[in-house]
Design a protein. Structure first.
Length: 458
């Protein structure tokens, strides 16, 4: 390559329409947003006035009504609910105990999608496996007729990369156990704390539940898994009783709630930001994902108030339904807006708790990385380190990303996230208002820049 061509190519890569003036305004709005408690007050309102909001239930419908009223009171335009059908799973009674050699209770919680044991439960010998792979490769003789335990420990990381590895046992153990003739399946909770809570979470997507249906499946708390290992180390036989009575209904309703700040010059061009409105039923869904709801609503409001005539492009806020049970709302959105996805300029979801943002990642074609990284200039000035081009944009962005929509990731510190995740302990008091405000500030700068630039990230 000639030096002149190299220079030309690097100048093209640098070409972007974010001016120093635009960037300065974004920084100012961010610093104002960081002084506001709006994001926190939104999470407080949702988790107090609605509480838990499991996908497809009446509680999730109340959350949609809450969201419509909140968006309207804040002055958003085109507020609407877009419903979709899905099967519904609801928790029943759940308990377990060691019956021999040392009778005592255990802390368990059913996994989403699990079938019922019936009210009398199941009783059997425990067979423990150190990993999902060890269960998958075990001869059926040592599994048949037993309650199995997959006792795999999750790795704690700042970026949450231990989760997908650990969640595999939650998604697959019940089905592998069924193939080998087990009575029921237990997993060590997908979580990183030593507290005595069990972490729930979905097995297969709720839309794929049916055949095979798996054996009854539950998570046990980490100290309970340790307790079982101590007993197993000293005794050839350990027996348990497990009772789970969840119910499944084939036809339920969930929905996405959408609101907009219409664009002034290019209303058809969409900057999409989202979070998910549903939560697991055990806590009040403050960290997962009330925090995301508060962050994106407050950030959009900050831009709306600063621009009475609207930003250049439309900012669309989507609160997705039924994320926890299999990204059902994310898929419904991608299908409903298939014809408009080419006009989605950039998209991102906040769904990793309430920790401070420490990195700005992009998920765009290689020759647009530099221009897309400009959207994170203010975020970097707030202390975020250099990012990568490995952003997923969040779970509900999966189908948009696959359809070619550019995404970015305002990556949050997830060191503690999986201590609380999907437990009764996911409540408002776990959110640091200052950390949440830092998120709102970062998102405010990102959407202000994205909605007022003329850049393309495709
Ligand atoms: Zn979530």
């Amino acid at each position: 390559m000639t030096p002149a061509l190299t220079l030309l190519l690097s100048l093209q890569a640098l070409a972007q329409t974010i001016s120093p003036q635009l960037e300065a305004r974004a920084a100012l709005l961010a610093s104002q947003a960081e002084q506001s408690n709006l994001g926190y007050s939104i999470v407080e309102s949702l988790t107090t006035e609605v509480g838990p909001r499991l996908a497809g239930t009446e509680a999730e419908e109340r959350a949609r009504n809450w969201a419509v009223a909140k968006f309207e009171s804040m002055g958003f335009a085109n507020v609407r609910v877009e419903t979709f059908a899905l099967p519904v799973w609801e928790r029943g009674v759940e308990w377990a105990q060691i019956t021999a050699p040392y009778p005592q209770p255990l802390v368990v919680t059913a996994l989403g999608g699990s079938i019922s044991t019936g009210p009398d439960g199941v009783e059997g010998e425990l067979a423990s496996f150190p990993s999902l792979n060890a269960l998958a490769t075990a001869p059926a003789e040592i599994v048949k007729g037993k309650i199995i335990l997959v006792d795999e420990v999750m790795t704690r990381t700042q970026d949450g990369s231990g989760y997908s590895v650990a969640a595999a046992k939650r998604r697959q153990a019940a089905y592998i156990a069924e193939e080998k003739g087990a009575l029921a399946a237990l997993i060590r909770s997908v979580g990183t704390s030593s507290h005595r809570f069990a972490h729930t979470g979905q097995m297969r997507r709720v839309t794929e539940v049916g055949e095979p249906q798996g054996v009854p499946a539950a998570a046990i708390s980490a100290p309970d898994a340790d307790q079982l290992q101590r007993i197993l180390a000293a005794h050839s036989s350990l027996r348990l009783r497990l009772v789970l009575t969840p119910e499944r209904r084939p036809a339920g309703v969930s929905g996405n709630v959408i609101a907009e700040i219409p664009g002034r010059e290019a209303p058809d061009e969409i900057v999409l930001i989202g979070a998910h409105l549903d939560s697991w039923d055990l806590g009040t869904g403050a960290v997962d994902d009330g925090a995301g709801v508060g962050i994106v609503m407050a950030a959009a409001k900050a831009v709306m108030d600063a621009m009475p005539n609207g930003p250049r492009r439309t900012i669309r806020v989507v609160l997705f339904g039924a994320e926890e049970v299999g990204v059902v709302g994310g898929k419904a959105y991608a299908e409903a807006y298939a014809n408009e996805l080419a006009n989605h300029i950039v998209a991102s979801e906040s769904d990793f708790g309430a920790g401070r943002i420490w990195r700005f990642n992009t998920g765009v074609v290689e020759d647009k990385v530099q221009v897309a990284q400009a959207l994170g200039s203010v975020v970097r000035s707030m202390g975020a380190g250099p990012g990568s081009n490995a952003a997923t944009g969040g779970p509900d962005m999966k189908y948009l990303r696959e359809a070619g929509v550019p995404v970015v990731g305002l990556e949050q510190n997830g060191w503690d996230y999986f201590d609380l995740h999907h437990t009764p302990n996911d409540t408002l008091d776990k959110i640091d208002p200052q950390d949440l405000a830092q998120n709102v500030a970062a998102w405010t700068s990102f959407i202000y820049l994205a909605a007022n630039s003329e850049d393309s990230y495709r």
